[in-house]
Unconditional design. Structure first.
Length: 213
């Protein structure tokens, strides 16, 4: 299983690959990447940043941060060339840890910098992982629903439906990556926007499954 520290490392390197950031902005962006179920505290962020600085993967820059009488100078963090190499190496990994719950969302957020072959391996691995989970949970539901009250049964059923939605979503992404003509194409979700029927394209992930292993 991927350690959460490694997932945070990947997220920090990926965001700083886009642009340098100070700690406040970085934390805000990280909370978006890590998802609604994880709120990153400064107590977790700054030790991780210090570790990355010591490793030589990011650097602290004080020269671009103005100092005011009422506020301490903010440290701006930037990716080093060694950090770029580290990020590229991490994003090239496509083993089982890359499709587990803790790391899949972060890797997916940076799929734009990943080769198609790696993307497909991660997507297919994630789908297989969830299909195994789905089979197990459905079997448990069939055996235990007669012994549970309706609220517990509904909670389990909700978990099953959440996993089913993600499996369908992953299948759409996999088909889009392969493309009918071998080309990569985007998954498009067409949504009506108000009464005028305007349409927008987006890639949307369903809510995270609530089932447990």
């Amino acid at each position: 299983m991927a350690r959460r520290g490694e997932t945070l490392e990947l997220a920090v390197l990926g965001l700083l690959h886009e642009s340098p950031m100070h700690g406040y902005e970085l934390r805000k962006q990280l909370n978006g990447v890590l998802g609604w179920s994880r709120v990153l505290s400064y107590g977790s962020l700054y030790p991780a940043l210090k570790k990355l600085v010591r490793a030589g993967w990011i650097a602290e820059d004080l020269s671009t941060a103005p100092v005011t009488a009422s506020r301490r100078q903010r440290i701006v963090y930037a990716l080093t060339s060694a950090g770029e190499d580290r990020f590229t190496m991490l994003m090239s990994e496509a083993g089982p840890s890359s499709w587990e719950d803790d790391s899949f969302d972060v890797r997916f957020a940076f799929f734009g910098r990943t080769d198609m072959e790696i993307r497909l391996r991660i997507l297919e691995g994630r789908r297989a992982r969830l299909e195994e989970r789905l089979e197990r949970v459905q079997g448990q539901l069939d055996k235990t629903q007669q012994q549970m009250d309706r609220y517990a049964t509904e909670l389990q059923r909700h978990g099953v439906e959440s996993v089913q939605r993600e499996v369908r979503w992953l299948s759409e992404l996999i088909n889009a990556e392969r493309g009918t003509d071998g080309a990569v194409r985007e998954v498009r979700e067409v949504r009506a926007d108000g009464a005028d029927g305007a349409e927008t394209d987006s890639i949307t992930r369903p809510a995270a499954p609530q089932t447990s292993d």
